[in-house]
Design a protein around this ligand. Structure first.
Ligand code: FE2
Length: 256
């Protein structure tokens, strides 16, 4: 039976960021998602406070959203969709109005970190965001150099109540047991697979293939858990996975 999948991170909305450049590009991504069995999608265009205010971003995002949902072909696809944002880390994140950037009407927010350096005050800002009732989902955790070097940073985030995802293409490129993303999954520090798709040329959606790899490597239960987790976020339901996490340990120079 085909898997009923949910994508919580993608750049499908037309003409708003470096993702789908126009409506046709959006529709081709959606056709492919539909073909694979993706039933629900959160639209998460990039948001960077240094470049736009929350209000400006939301106005642009909602205009792109309306353009898409008014399209007849889109309506015939029967895919459930909601809006959110991929929020780039900022030291004043805890002071922003996150209610318009969160996943649908929920208290989950998708947070992107700098790729090459651990931001100053990361845990302090994350604590303040959590204290305000929002749950950060850390975007594509496999892409941060400092987390690959010191995965206990990811553990510290998870211990506080943060969630995290890896990109589908990461598993497709390397799902060997020794790869860091596979270790993150086994330590219980990754809770979702997402496409982070931009276009059919630049990072096309590949959830179906990634879930098949996950099933083959780690078993059906891992797939079921991630599908269930994604459904909870999409529906704005509570999700506490802190009991399932394991602290990475260094042994003979490797993280185990
Ligand atoms: Fe993204």
């Amino acid at each position: 039976m085909a898997r009923k999948m949910i994508d919580l991170h993608c750049h499908i909305l037309p003409g708003i960021d470096d993702g789908a450049k126009d409506l046709e590009c959006s529709l081709s991504l959606l056709r492919e998602q539909k073909r694979q069995g993706v039933q629900s999608i959160m639209f998460t265009p990039h948001f960077n406070r240094e470049k736009k205010s929350v209000e400006e971003f939301v106005a642009l995002r909602d205009a792109a959203y309306r353009k898409l949902i008014e399209n007849e072909e889109f309506q015939s696809m029967n895919i459930s969709v909601k809006t959110a944002a991929e929020i780039y880390f900022a030291a004043n994140l805890d002071q922003m109005d996150l209610s318009k950037l969160s996943y649908g009407d929920s208290n989950y927010v998708l947070l992107e970190l700098p790729f090459h350096f651990k931001p100053h005050g990361l845990m302090y800002v994350v604590d303040n965001v959590l204290n305000r009732g929002y749950i950060p989902i850390i975007a594509h955790v496999e892409r941060y150099d400092y987390i690959a070097k010191e995965p206990d940073i990811l553990y510290e985030l998870a211990e506080r109540g943060c969630l995290a995802h890896i990109n589908a293409e990461t598993l497709i490129k390397d799902s060997s047991k020794s790869s860091m993303p596979m270790k993150y999954i086994k330590w219980g520090l990754v809770h979702f697979l997402c496409t982070d798709c931009h276009s059919m040329e630049k990072r096309p959606p590949k959830l179906e293939e990634a879930y098949s790899i996950l099933e083959k490597k780690l078993g059906q239960d891992y797939c079921d858990d991630m599908l269930e987790n994604a459904a909870c976020v999409f529906n704005g339901e509570p999700l506490d996975l802190t009991d399932n996490i394991r602290k990475p340990k260094k042994f003979l120079g490797s993280w185990i």
